[in-house]
Design a binder for this molecule. Structure first.
Ligand SMILES: Nc1ncnc2c1ncn2[C@@H]1O[C@H](COP(=O)(O)OP(=O)(O)OP(=O)(O)O)[C@@H](O)[C@H]1O
Length: 395
């Protein structure tokens, strides 16, 4: 195992919710500091902990992924690590050269050209002019900014700034690399390139990065840390468990319904061991049994059903459709009960929602579309990198 390059111990940072108070408290702290008085470490009126008592270590060769909802304190923690803001309590110890890409455009002088900014930023990280010169062409090539490198950075697009920022932070091969969500501003091609570069650097670097893209976290990170309202809720090298915990924090989406009134969904439930419910936990590969009841207002001779499976990012991953089977539903006015088995749910761990579509087979008209009718969570028993694992036969 590599040596510890980043050590955070009991790090806390508080902010005031209101600007006037924030300025006033700031002045008080400076005044107390000058007089050598101890600064108040507890919360004052209108203050809250953006980061509270967070401790961790990152070694060379490790990549820590910081995840959490908006406002959980991820960027604040990165800024403390990078020395942009001071913690109110706790200590940060960093070893070696630190390359960071934190806020869009931060660290760039807008009136200087891209090339001049490379020299400036490289010097801030701690590299000599000769070291920067040796890497200059590689940085420009990685950022794919050959044409624009002598243009002032203020005329760069957001994507161009991120390219340059990442290229400087990563091409100089720092000991510690800190990357915020800003990477998401780059286009898909560049993001893939960045992930590959992080992988290349990993054996000799300690990396911390913030991401809302769980696919990125699971591919690159060796440890994941979940922040919730500034507190460390879970940290583990079992990334799947941390990601699952993160997914579970999101409230179920509201059910949405569109229909012409000819059928109404009365009930939609999972059935497992004789118990019924709209939430279900399964393991990779389990079957899911679904039961739903419809109230039909007038006779329909051919009803077709389709159930869509959506992931937490609202991407439709798979569907099952009754018309691919010999199932025929002919119903006069009244209630009907439908039961369907979704076979072999080899999905990546995470939370999924089901959406139901009902079509009148005769007229091909959609008569009911109801989203978020039920939710299930796939537990991380088998590591599945892709969205789902296909059924296969081996000899
Ligand atoms: N300079 C500041 N003054 C006051 N409050 C701040 C300041 N910077 C951040 N905050 C607050 O601290 C909390 C944590 O913010 P932070 O930017 O660290 O969250 P985050 O986890 O990075 O969120 P996101 O996923 O939206 O980027 C938020 O409530 C935010 O409003």
């Amino acid at each position: 195992m590599g040596e510890v390059l980043i050590k955070a111990e009991g790090v806390s940072k508080k902010f005031a919710k209101n600007l006037k108070k924030s300025l006033w408290y700031g002045l008080q702290d400076v005044y107390h500091g000058i007089l050598g008085k101890t600064i108040d470490k507890s919360l004052r009126a209108d203050e809250f902990w953006a980061v509270k008592d967070v401790s961790f270590e990152v070694r060379r060769g490790e990549c820590l992924g910081l995840i959490g909802h908006n406002g959980a304190g991820k960027s604040t923690l990165l800024k403390i690590l990078n020395g942009l803001i001071a913690p109110d309590a706790g200590t940060i110890t960093m070893y070696g050269k630190v390359g960071a890409l934190i806020e869009l455009g931060a660290g760039f002088n807008p009136i200087l050209t891209g090339r001049e900014n490379i020299y400036n930023n490289g010097a801030v990280i701690g590299f000599t002019k000769a070291e920067i010169e040796a890497k200059l062409e590689a940085i420009i090539a990685f950022a794919e900014l050959e044409e624009f490198i002598d243009m002032p950075v203020q005329n760069y697009s957001s994507g161009m700034k991120v390219r340059l920022g990442f290229a400087i932070a990563a091409q100089l091969e720092p000991d510690v690399l800190i990357i915020d969500e800003v990477l998401a501003v780059g286009d898909l091609g560049f993001r893939v390139k960045c992930m590959n570069r992080i992988n290349e650097l990993l054996p000799t670097t300690a990396v911390i990065f913030v991401s809302h893209a769980m696919a990125q976290v699971t591919t690159v990170c060796t440890t994941a840390l979940l922040l919730d309202h500034g507190r460390l809720e879970l940290m583990s090298s079992e990334i799947g468990e941390v990601v699952e915990q993160y997914f579970l924090k999101f409230k179920n989406e509201e059910e949405q319904f569109i229909g012409d009134g000819s059928v109404a969904l009365e009930r939609f439930e999972f059935v497992k061991n004789n118990e019924k419910g709209r939430e279900l936990f399964i393991e990779n590969g389990d079957d899911i049994v679904v039961e739903f009841e419809l109230k039909v207002k007038k006779e329909i001779t051919d009803l077709k059903f389709r159930i869509g499976i959506f992931n937490i990012e609202y991407k439709l991953l798979a569907e099952v459709d009754s018309s691919t089977t010999s199932f025929k539903a002919n119903i006069k006015e009244g209630k009907m009960l439908v039961r369907v088995i979704l076979k072999g749910m080899y999905l990546k761990y995470g939370k999924y929602s089901l959406h139901l579509h009902v079509t009148n087979g005769e007229s091909s008209k959609k008569i009911l579309r109801q989203s978020n009718v039920a939710h299930f969570v796939v537990k991380p028993t088998l590591t599945v990198g892709a969205d789902f694992l296909l059924a296969s036969e081996w000899e």
